[in-house]
Write a protein that binds this ligand. Structure first.
Ligand code: HPA
Length: 245
């Protein structure tokens, strides 16, 4: 069974058959909301809205540990994260879908490991490839199969938020090698790795990053909802395809 974590613009999967919600508790506290179980084309899927079903949990407040733990407990084989981002690269304009291959983590103060109990042994996970190559490949193949254009690869900069970045911060992220910027990619990806779950992401470009393109002077927040709504229809098609592969 695959798990889908939906971000801004994707707080439900309309296509889930036999939908049923279940509240789950974890040693790390409460996940962002109940898990939603259902089937897509006959395959079991579990869905979780990262910011809560009413979109009330800010990126720095998401209980990433509880979310990953809750999904792990369901015995999922992998997690597909859907996350909205700003586009740093000039050709990553609003509506672009990116399957990122790398992460740079700029977040701070988040509970970013399962291995920090008193007396727990120190554990260092390998994170050279933060996204699971096989699950990335499945996403790319699914996008191809349903005719949705996605970019294969991109460096995701995870910022703290909840504010958007300054233009100079985006310049710095670009110098660092980042192509897209979002607020929720970490520690989610690292926790999935710690939990032994394959993890890959579909990043949906909601806007040009600060100081770039149509965001040269300001980010037009009112336009974002419209962009995400159109893009999420495409994301849903890719998800419908990937669960059957
Ligand atoms: N920056 C950070 N996170 C985002 C952005 C952005 O421009 N757009 C959507 N999520």
């Amino acid at each position: 069974m695959l798990a889908i974590i939906g971000g801004s613009g994707l707080s439900r999967l309309a296509t889930l058959e036999g939908e049923r919600r279940q509240v789950v508790r974890t040693p790390y506290g409460e996940p962002s909301g109940p898990l939603t179980f259902g089937r897509i084309r006959g395959r079991d899927v579990v869905f979780l809205a990262r910011h809560g079903y009413g979109h009330t949990i800010a990126p720095h407040r998401v209980n990433y540990r509880a979310n990953i733990w809750a999904l792990k407990e369901q015995g999922v084989e992998g997690v597909i994260s859907v996350a909205s981002v700003g586009g740093i690269r000039a050709d990553f304009g609003p509506g672009t879908l990116v399957i990122p291959h790398q992460i740079i983590d700029y977040t701070w103060g988040r509970r970013n490991t399962f291995f920090d109990g008193p007396g727990d042994p120190v554990v260092h996970i390998d994170f050279t490839e933060p996204y699971a190559p096989a699950l990335r490949a499945r996403l790319l193949a699914a996008a191809r199969a349903c005719g949705e254009a996605v970019h294969d690869g991109g460096v995701y900069a995870a910022t703290q938020g909840p504010r958007l970045e300054t233009a100079a911060e985006i310049d710095r992220l670009e110098r660092d090698g980042a192509d897209i910027v979002g607020m929720t990619g970490m520690p989610e990806a690292a926790l999935a790795r710690e939990a032994g779950l394959a993890y890959a992401a579909i990043a949906v470009v909601a806007n040009h990053a600060a100081g770039r393109g149509t965001s040269a002077r300001a980010i037009a927040l009112e336009a974002i909802e419209r962009v995400l709504e159109a893009a999420m229809a495409r994301v849903r098609r890719i998800i419908e395809e990937v669960v059957t592969t």
